[in-house]
Unconditional design. Structure first.
Length: 71
């Protein structure tokens, strides 16, 4: 299992709160977010959309189109 750091993270925790599958955690030593369980990520984009500094990017080969339901 690989752990990916989120570059540009300010440690606000918004992505951790937004993640429905609990794959993002805050590192206790530097208070920065990291992806602890990348294989469990469902590519919902909620972490990316909640990040106030756009620190999270989802690579195009793993991304699926965002579908927003109105109704």
């Amino acid at each position: 299992m690989s752990i990916s750091k989120i570059r540009g993270c300010i440690g606000c925790g918004e992505c951790v709160q937004a993640c429905p599958t609990d794959v993002i955690r805050l590192n206790k030593s530097d208070v920065k977010a990291y992806i602890a369980y990348p294989d469990d990520c469902q590519m919902c984009h909620l972490c990316r959309m909640s990040c106030p500094v756009d620190a999270i990017t989802i690579s195009p080969e793993k991304s699926i189109p965002v579908i927003i339901s109105w109704g």
